[in-house]
Design a protein around this ligand. Structure first.
Ligand code: GLN
Length: 528
């Protein structure tokens, strides 16, 4: 069977949940097909690694070290695939490739132009992925909204693809918005019509239209959209507003989306949502409730902690509990006693010094009051600092990221990393294996003697302080194979005091919640 393609574009507004829609389509078709998701982003950054989480939400990190758009988190979680950084194509990368080719003389004296040279690079990249992965189906999400200057070249490349891969192997799905204006109380199709017109002006004729709406689309509005936009009425699908994103595959199934796709692309992969539904049922009908304090500085934007919140959902699905998040902005944590009434304290990753003293205070409360604690990346580093200061007596201990003149640099850049200066290149990125110590909580939670988790950081626990930390009772439950890097720590005798230099939330899945999260939430549920 030739590889099939589904191209997903968005119209009317941004933020309609195109990533979730793509992931949900993939979920519905994944039972018998090998699916590769590809995301095209119009910005000129090479990757989102250098972007502030306030601007673009969480930076998602892949096994291969790629820093990619957070939609890859949805793809991995909904499709059960391990994505590669090559699958996130930004205009920054495209221009870099075009420039390289031009300098190499590949264009043989020709004027280098948007069409065909830039569009050829975009298509060439996609075909290279297809060559490497040999998928049954490629799902391409075009970031942004039709009409944006930024995604014009991607749209043009997608239009050209129809001829390259032959018409019967490609369909176009357009996600739009169907408002119900206040006082009018009727679903309005005009924005969809206008958006589809913009798409048609670019030579793309959608096969399926998904209308995001606060209600199921009525028969009338479906038939109107069908009439004006030249799609069959059954190919107009509701993208209902929902409280949790796991609902979307169920709604798409109800609306008949898999059948339409099967018919149009001549593929067959019947969805099986039984397990998925039972997880959602557990999330919906909790038997217990806990509150976890999330101590961070990006607390204003929940998207910057998307994977952590997902990992909580995965735990809820297995432990049947509601996890309420208390957002604690540590920059102005005046009284850490506000934390004493929570069931657990989580200190997530972060960069820079703002808010770190507040987080250290929160960790102290967790340690001293026997409140379950989970530290992620910066969370581990600050737990080590707190322990060094208050248990080992190393006054003023710190990370050189926060205080370059600290007398005790318990967290530092290791000599091998010091020489790298380019911001994009200094980080330890991607999956690394840690070896677990026997008899530790971490090892028993993973149920194995080693595990690989994803990393994104520059600093490490300074080997010069390994001995003193351990002498005072900190257990290094997981270290790198050469023993030089501390990957997991825990404090014995505490209800649950565990931290890791990695980001286990990135690999958490509905079917298998990240072990450290599972252990943490379980500990939070144990009332004294
Ligand atoms: N800022 C710290 C470092 O670079 C931690 C990074 C993180 O939490 N992801 O090492």
């Amino acid at each position: 069977m030739p590889t099939k393609y589904i191209i997903v574009t968005g119209g009317v507004l941004s933020g309609l949940g195109k990533g979730i829609a793509v992931a949900s389509i993939g979920h519905l078709l994944s039972s018998r097909l090998k699916i590769i998701p590809i995301k095209c982003d119009g910005y000129l950054n090479v990757d989102p690694g250098t972007m502030n989480p306030f601007e673009h939400g969480e930076v998602f990190v892949l096994d291969d070290g790629g820093e990619v758009d957070m939609d890859f988190g949805h793809y991995e979680r909904f499709l059960g695939v391990t994505c590669k950084s090559k699958w996130n194509l930004t205009m920054g990368k495209v221009f870099e490739m075009v420039r390289e080719k031009e300098r190499r003389g590949d264009y043989l004296g020709k004027t280098v132009q948007y069409i065909p040279h830039v569009t050829d690079v975009i298509k060439g990249h996609i075909f290279e992925i297809v060559e490497e992965e040999k998928p049954d189906l490629v799902l391409v999400e075009i970031g942004g909204t039709v009409g944006d200057i930024e995604n014009e070249l991607f749209l043009e490349a997608m239009r050209q693809m129809r001829e390259d891969v032959s018409r019967e192997n490609i369909i176009y799905v357009h996600l739009t918005y169907v408002p119900i204006p206040y006082g009018v109380n009727e679903q309005k199709s005009k924005p969809t019509q206008q958006s589809v017109n913009l798409l048609k002006q670019r030579g793309i004729f959608p096969d399926i239209i998904i209308g995001r709406c606060s209600q199921f689309l009525t028969k009338e509005v479906k038939s109107k959209i069908s009439n004006f936009c030249d799609v069959a009425p059954e190919a107009v699908i509701t993208g209902l507003d929902v409280d949790d994103i796991y609902e979307i595959p169920i709604i798409f199934e109800k609306e008949g989306l898999p059948e339409i796709i099967h018919k149009k692309l001549n593929i067959y992969s019947p969805p099986d949502l039984r397990k998925w539904k039972s997880y959602i049922d557990n999330i919906r009908h909790p038997t217990e409730e806990i509150t976890v304090a999330m101590c961070g500085k990006y607390t204003r934007l929940e998207d910057s902690y998307a994977s952590i919140l997902e990992a909580f959902n995965h735990c809820s699905a297995h432990l049947r509990c509601k996890i309420k998040v208390k957002w604690v902005e540590t920059t102005d944590l005046k009284d850490p006693r506000v934390l004493e009434d929570v069931d657990g304290i989580l200190v997530p990753g972060g960069f820079g010094s703002r808010g770190t003293e507040g987080k250290i205070q929160a960790i102290k409360v967790a340690r001293e009051k026997n409140i379950p604690f989970l530290g992620l990346c910066l969370g581990l580093q600050l737990a080590v600092i707190e322990f060094a200061r208050n248990v080992c007596g190393l006054q003023g201990a710190n990370s050189t990221e926060i205080d370059p003149n600290t007398p005790y640099a318990v967290i530092d850049i290791l000599p091998e990393q010091r020489n790298v200066v380019n911001k994009g290149g200094t980080m330890r990125l991607g999956a690394y294996e840690a070896v677990f110590k026997e008899g530790t909580k971490v090892r028993s939670l993973y149920g194995t003697d080693r595990a690989s988790e994803r990393h994104r950081h520059r600093y490490e626990v300074n080997p010069e302080f390994h001995e003193i930390l351990q002498e005072h009772g900190m257990v290094f439950s997981g270290v790198s194979k050469d023993g030089r890097l501390v990957e997991f720590i825990e404090l014995p005798g505490h209800k649950y005091f565990v931290a890791t230099q990695s980001h286990p939330e990135l690999k958490s899945r509905m079917e298998r919640p990240a072990p450290l999260f599972y252990g943490f939430i379980k500990a939070c549920l144990e009332k004294d």
